[in-house]
Design a protein around this ligand. Structure first.
Ligand SMILES: NC(=O)c1ccc[n+]([C@@H]2O[C@H](COP(=O)([O-])OP(=O)(O)OC[C@H]3O[C@@H](n4cnc5c(N)ncnc54)[C@H](OP(=O)(O)O)[C@@H]3O)[C@@H](O)[C@H]2O)c1
Length: 301
């Protein structure tokens, strides 16, 4: 259990647009070790220039039944022709570089910077129509099995739940941004899986080394938190070394109690409310997990 929920994120695992000087060898070894541990989901973005390394790792691992999720980012105010062309470009480029005929899923993200009509970003009908249009084009193209809406905010997630043709919804999901937990009932009610991305907030939620090093799973309470609710079908994180892969898998296999999810989401809601909070309200997401990380939660040794 655990490995089947893990998706290997690849934005920075080797040299590419975001980390041009990075040594690719440890990242390639990380993907190989993830696959040998049973990971079968890989997420990539054709614009980041790291898909070459995914193919290299998977070819040398002779991996089978790998399912590729690929990002397509478009402005919300793109016209139909631009939507079609952008989706085809992301899919074709990914299939060519990865050496596959089809993709498991496209994860559609609204390009906030290139959306000129800012009013549309506040219009839930426009957001729902966008996801519906991209899903229609991607599925019509025939090289994609599913379309998943990546949502930047609670409002956009609400809108995505009104869209047609989607097979899932995704968002950043971590102890600093736990708000998607408030939607898991509604997402389940729509019959859609939820994909939680960036459980470590790009590394910021890794506990400083030296903290409980005796148990590798304990060093990643943020991953244990992301795994706590079984309705989080998939968790996407980047890992650039085999050691990190084994630590993340250990953490996924040792989820925190479900109550930690409600606890943190409720605290987030209180902190995000427009009412001023009293000084020193103690809002520190990782600290708030401490009571849930007590040794009493450990299974029999
Ligand atoms: N629209 C979309 O489709 C969309 C949007 C956003 C993100 N994504 C995907 O989601 C993925 C999420 O990546 P993320 O980087 O944001 O994930 P993350 O979980 O927020 O952070 C990953 C970071 O944590 C570090 N880490 C992992 N295990 C560790 C360990 N055991 N000890 C210390 N550090 C550890 C990694 O370092 P190392 O690299 O050194 O291991 C990496 O820097 C992206 O790669 C991308 O594929 C997709």
């Amino acid at each position: 259990m655990g490995v089947d929920r893990l998706c290997f994120g690849t934005s920075t695992f080797v040299s590419g647009r975001l980390r041009p000087g990075k040594d690719p060898a440890p990242g390639i070894a990380a993907l190989r070790s993830a696959v040998s541990a049973g990971v079968r989901l890989v997420h990539s973005n054709p614009k980041l220039g790291t898909q070459w390394a995914i193919r290299s790792a998977l070819d040398s691992a002779r991996a089978t039944r790998i399912r590729h999720l690929v990002k397509a980012e478009l402005p919300l105010d793109a016209n139909a022709a631009t939507v079609r062309a952008s989706v085809m470009r992301a899919v074709d480029q990914s299939c060519d570089t990865l050496g596959v005929q089809r993709l498991h899923a496209v994860t559609v993200e609204i390009d906030l910077k290139r959306t000129h009509d800012h009013a549309m970003l506040m219009d839930s009908q426009a957001v729902a129509a966008f996801y519906t249009a991209v899903a229609r084009e991607a599925l019509r193209y025939g090289r994609v099995d599913r379309v998943i809406a990546y949502c930047h905010s609670p409002a956009h997630l609400t809108a995505a739940l009104q869209a047609k043709g989607l097979s899932g919804v995704a968002a950043q999901y971590n102890v600093a941004e736990p708000w998607p937990a408030l939607f898991l009932d509604r997402i389940e009610g729509r019959g859609l899986p939820f994909v939680g991305m960036s459980p470590l907030r790009r590394g910021a939620l890794v506990r400083p080394s030296g903290h409980d090093e005796s148990n590798s799973a304990r060093s990643l309470p943020a991953v244990r938190w992301a795994a706590a609710d079984p309705r989080v079908a998939t968790i996407v994180t980047t890992m650039s070394s085999p050691t990190h892969v084994s630590q993340v898998i250990s953490a996924l296999r040792d989820p925190l109690p479900l109550a930690s999810v409600r606890h943190l989401a409720t605290a987030w809601l209180a902190a995000a409310s427009p009412r001023p909070l009293p000084e020193g309200n103690g809002w520190s997401p990782l600290d708030r997990l401490e009571p849930f990380c007590l040794p009493a939660q450990e299974g029999p040794s």
